[in-house]
Ligand binder design. Structure first.
Ligand code: FES
Length: 106
């Protein structure tokens, strides 16, 4: 399990044990994290699972891949550390990851 801290749009922090092999989006949806809509179910086509990865963690999550960047064009307030949480696979290496859920999904 990897403990992932989600900072909701309200500022509330939720730390959740997420199993390896699932995605950061799965951990949010399964635990009712506010602000993650994930309307395409994780197929990288909706951008409603947009998060900002804490800069300290970007080296481990990596930045958005090309197809993800295309989908992020539909998102609001995209930043250098923007990721679609459905495209971040959870591994034990991500234990401690912190992501900020964006204030507004597209
Ligand atoms: Fe649709 Fe991530 S859930 S892009």
């Amino acid at each position: 399990m990897a403990k992932i801290t989600y900072i909701e749009p309200s500022g509330e922090r939720k730390t959740i044990d997420v199993p390896p092999g699932s995605t950061v989006m799965d951990g949010a949806v399964d635990n009712n994290v506010d602000g993650i809509i994930a309307s395409c179910g994780g197929s990288c086509s909706c951008s409603t699972c947009h998060v900002y990865v804490d800069e300290e963690w970007i080296g481990r999550t990596g930045r958005a891949h090309l197809a993800e960047q295309d989908t992020l064009e539909f998102a609001i307030d995209v930043r250098e550390n923007s990721r679609l949480s459905c495209q971040i696979e959870v591994t034990d290496e991500l234990d401690g990851l912190v992501v900020q859920v964006v204030d507004e999904q597209a």
